[in-house]
Write a protein that binds this ligand. Structure first.
Ligand code: ZN
Ligand code: ZN
Length: 138
C-alpha cells in the first residue's frame, strides 16, 4: 500500500509559503555526507530563511564524525596519508551503512535531484547537553 501524499514542486507558486510549514516535494534531496535521500522541506521562521532540507541522519553522531572526516579529506594531504584517510573513511562508511536512512514519501521525481541544505543538526541528550561535535567548525 502506498500512502497518498501530496507532493509540491518547490518552484510552484502554490507550494506552502508560511514560516514553520513543512511539506513533501516532487524534487529529491541528497545528502553529500551520507548519501541519504529526502523530500521533506521545511520553511524557516523568518521570511528570508527560505526552504531547508535536512538530511534524515543529520542529528546522529556517526554522521557528525563522517562530515568531519570528509571535510578533513577535502584538504590537501600528501599522497601516502591521503590513501590512509580514504581507507579509514571507506571503513567508517561500511560500518554505518545500515544507519543511513532515507526519508521519502509519495513518488518523487528522481531526475530532479538537489543537495540538502543542512547536513548537521544537534539534539540535546537526556542531560540537556549537546554532543561534543556541536561546537566544531565545519
Ligand atoms: Zn546525511
Ligand atoms: Zn555528535
Amino acid at each position: 500500500m502506498t500512502q497518498a501524499v501530496k507532493l509540491f514542486d518547490i518552484t510552484d507558486e502554490d507550494r506552502p509559503h508560511k514560516g514553520g510549514d513543512e511539506f513533501r516535494s516532487v524534487q529529491v534531496f541528497k545528502c553529500w555526507v551520507c548519501g541519504a535521500l529526502t523530500n521533506k522541506v521545511f520553511l524557516g521562521g523568518g521570511p528570508s530563511w527560505g526552504m531547508r532540507q535536512v538530511c534524515p541522519n543529520a542529528a546522529a553522531c556517526w554522521h557528525h564524525e563522517l562530515e568531519v572526516k570528509l571535510v578533513w579529506l577535502a584538504k590537501p594531504h600528501p599522497a601516502s596519508s591521503r590513501q590512509e584517510l580514504e581507507k579509514e573513511l571507506e571503513q567508517f562508511r561500511g560500518n554505518h551503512k545500515k544507519d543511513v536512512k532515507d526519508d521519502l514519501r509519495g513518488r518523487p521525481d528522481f531526475s530532479q535531484k538537489h543537495p540538502v541544505t543542512t547536513t548537521s543538526t544537534f539534539d540535546k541528550n537526556e542531560k540537556g547537553d549537546y554532543c561534543e561535535h556541536s561546537n566544531l567548525q565545519l
